[in-house]
Design a protein. Structure first.
Length: 224
């Protein structure tokens, strides 16, 4: 499961990268995003304009299995996920994501930050739900789509976010595209060999810890 990610790209870079027409809320310089926190997602508004908007990470109820991450393979078989897939898709801007790996004699798993070299911002496939609070305010919450990890990384990271390429971003955000069969070709996790994972401070396990050292590589002792 992916329960932490980072976003360090500037809003201007996000706007250019994803062809955003309107910025409603633009969060950046986030080094340790955790479930239930608000971040920015890319979505279509009611006029089908591509906007950068705010949403909470984690659908309601928060404890549900599909709240934070949703396995793409489950989309056709779960009515509430299939409903969101047809009309309420979004892209989550992300610079890197976290996992855990055991090293040598360390007593606790070491936090790992995974990036795609050469890319300062990625587009992660997501879906959101939307309703109106009793106060009249519109509220949004999203889940991140994942797929099984392949290759050497699968030993310590069972699933990865679905990273969309240029074509995938356009299809995923196309409001006229509602058939899962047409979107399935984009539902793959990146190959392990394309990614770079490196150890970082275990302070990222604390959802209230937010500092640049969350993404700073550390050198571990040689336990060999």
């Amino acid at each position: 499961m992916i329960e932490r990610f980072s976003l360090t790209a500037d809003v201007s870079e996000i706007v250019e990268r994803f062809g955003i027409k309107k910025v409603v809320v633009g969060h950046t310089n986030r080094f340790n995003v955790a479930p239930t926190q608000n971040v920015s997602i890319i979505m279509n508004d009611r006029h089908d304009t591509r906007v950068l908007q705010e949403a909470r990470w984690g659908l309601f109820p928060f404890w549900a299995k599909d709240s934070v991450n949703a396995d793409y393979a489950a989309l056709p078989n779960k009515p509430f996920l299939h409903r969101m897939m047809k009309r309420q898709r979004c892209v989550i801007p992300c610079s890197g994501f976290y996992g855990q790996k055991i090293f040598g004699k360390e007593r606790e798993p070491r936090a790992m930050h995974t990036v795609l070299p050469g890319h300062t911002v990625l587009g992660i496939a997501g879906m959101y739900d939307c309703w109106r609070h009793s106060s009249g305010k519109e509220v949004r919450a999203f889940t991140m789509l994942t797929a099984a990890t392949s290759g050497s990384m699968s030993v310590w990271q069972s699933s990865l976010p679905i990273v969309l390429d240029e074509e995938g971003i356009e299809d995923w955000l196309n409001p006229k595209q509602t058939e899962f069969s047409k979107l399935r070709k984009h539902m793959e996790a990146p190959e392990s060999y394309l990614l770079r994972s490196y150890p970082v401070t275990n302070a990222v396990h604390d959802e209230w810890y937010e500092a640049p050292d969350c993404i700073r590589e550390i050198v571990l002792p040689d336990f060999a």
